[in-house]
Design a protein around this ligand. Sequence first.
Ligand code: SAM
Ligand code: DTB
Ligand code: SF4
Length: 335
Amino acid sequence: MDSITDNAAVASAADITRRARWSVDQVTALLELPFNDLIHRAHSVHREHFDPNAVQLSTLLSIKTGGCPEDCGYCPQAVRHHTNVDNEDMLAVDAVVAAARAAKDQGATRFCMGAAWRGPKERDLERVIEMVKAVRALGLETCATLGMLKPGQAERLKAAGLDYYNHNLDTAPEFYGEIISTHTQEDRLGTLAKVRDAGIHVCCGGIVGMGETRRTRAALIAQLANLDPYPESVPINNLVQVEGTPLHGAAQLDLFEFVRTIACARITMPKAMVRLSAGRQEMPEGIQALCFFAGANSIFYGDKLLTTGNPEVQRDRALFKKLGLRPMPREQREF
Ligand code: SAM
Ligand code: DTB
Ligand code: SF4
């Protein structure tokens, strides 16, 4: 699936380096394969790069819940959506450390701190930096998702020891404006560039099940795969429908289509950690097992995502036992 096309000879060097490696047509063609052909191909790619029975465990904590000024149509934390999420103060460092220690005791290797901000203010960032240092000192990988970053903020997070920054493209460019109006996807790409330039690993994925077409899902996967380099972690979220959000009541995505999307992420981003993310609580175990077969090798682990539920730890342990899966040690990853 390499890049050079007929008119490469006349394209400038800059055009060539910018050229997409995966076209939307190519990813659409993958999504359209017979299911068995698609997941066989994805599983083969998965086995080439990873132990197929190891799944990385990340635990999430909302360090600042609710009251967000943005208008993302899926999100229960937007202040303008009338959900039952209240605007809370930012947590104290001690409370975050206690949650991180508990996550580590349960077997998580990465701890992700999420804030319902458009972006962090300077004073907020100082406290996040304290959190990152303290969580890292416990021996956990650190991840933060704080919204859009201003110049210099990524460097400060890197200096504090932040390993990953989560900032999703969420959906394909042509659909983005139908879901969010308070910022653009270009803004998000700007933050991703700052994160990359600061030397922090990129965690970037999206949401499906928002009423998008198959081609839009293909365009999201192609866009993620064409980031140069592609993200180290790729969370694929199935929309969690929350009452009071504009997307509450959207038609549910057929879950085989969700598995297909995971398979495409694995094929197009062979060495990335592909995370089966939000939506697992509502997902039958058989579908989750198909996601693991199709190349998902990471999950959110712990009873809660940010404001919504996630399968209980005991339930995930039982599922791992049934499937012969085990938690992935940190050193098994290539990044
Ligand atoms: N405010 C920051 C931002 O938007 O990047 C960080 C927190 S925000 C909640 C992180 C991600 O959560 C979003 O990019 C979106 O992918 C995901 N998310 C939010 N609400 C969701 C929902 N109802 N279902 C699935 N994913 C959701
Ligand atoms: C991601 O892609 N999914 C997580 C994490 N990154 C921050 C968040 C899911 C949020 C689901 C809705 C909620 O719990 O509020
Ligand atoms: Fe705010 Fe992030 Fe929710 Fe958008 S997804 S409303 S930016 S918390």
